[in-house]
Design a protein around this ligand. Sequence first.
Ligand SMILES: Cc1ncc(COP(=O)(O)O)c(C=O)c1O
Length: 344
Amino acid sequence: MTESLNLAMQGILKSGDHVVTTSMEHNAVWRCLKHLEKEKGITITAVPCSPEGYLKVEKLAAALRPDTALIVLLHASNVTGTIMPVEQVGQLARQKNIPLLLDAAQTAGVYPIDMAAMHIDLLASTGHKGLLGPTGGVYINEKYAINPFKFGGTGGDSIRDDQPDNPPDRFEAGTLNLAGIAGLGAGVDYILNESIDKIRRHEMELTGYALDKLRDLASVTIYGPLDASKQVGVISFNLPGLKSEQVAYLLDTKYDIMVRAGLHCAPLAHRTTGTIDRGTVRVAAPKVRLPVMRRAHLPGFCRQANTGGKTIKGLPADLGDGKRRPAGATAGDHESAGGLTGQW
Ligand SMILES: Cc1ncc(COP(=O)(O)O)c(C=O)c1O
């Protein structure tokens, strides 16, 4: 997906262009924009969102300029789960004739996306989340003359010295990621068979359940909308007196629960939520029904861990300060934790 976002942004943006984005973006968007700022002299406006991750469309409208060449935003935050008002942003983009690039990493395969009604011109998605495949891809509306990112053989038009103009050959130099495409195809088949509505209902049910249980625990700080209808199936939280990595380590070693701790490749979003110093613990609802659901464990864990930062049995005292690390745990860099296995 990161390659897809690079293809779209590097292919569409020219020297001196202005881009509007949000303060909730993943590094897949943000670092590419910062690279283009340095390399091509583009200018970036990241519209500030609320600490819950909400975007006000009026703020985004106010950021548009005559030289704005692209609006790029995520459909839902991978930190707080907050769903963005893409329909309204799409309408605005259409009125102003500015292409809209959507980062659908957290929504593709789970949330209904109507490309025409939402006026989405370019859409990139991971494969390894809601689409249940290994790698993702990008949709490009043919009316945009996107420059290719790679050059080489396409299996056709071999006589030409330059890259063919016609999509998808224009963008598909070299042997394709065949395993990724086959895996993605299998994932999409499964989703179409199950139906997006059913998958989204399942995700909302689990997210609502986890939110309710976490909300019952007074000292747990939960970030984001706290409303399953306004967020996708990720929930970020922290416990008092513990670093997010410490909580992740405990969840893994004591409760067999895999979570991710740290900044989740989205420092911009953590500056917005006020969690840049400690990151968050993030749990994710599985997109499909697993044979064993460990619903009961998380609240039980939180009750035990809620000791106001005093010693907790089994927690290495200095985990998190970077000095001594038990096998399998990492600390201090806010980016990983024992039990981390995925990027949900
Ligand atoms: C919102 C968002 N955008 C982009 C990405 C990058 O996806 P990939 O690792 O497939 O390139 C992720 C992955 O975690 C994400 O959550």
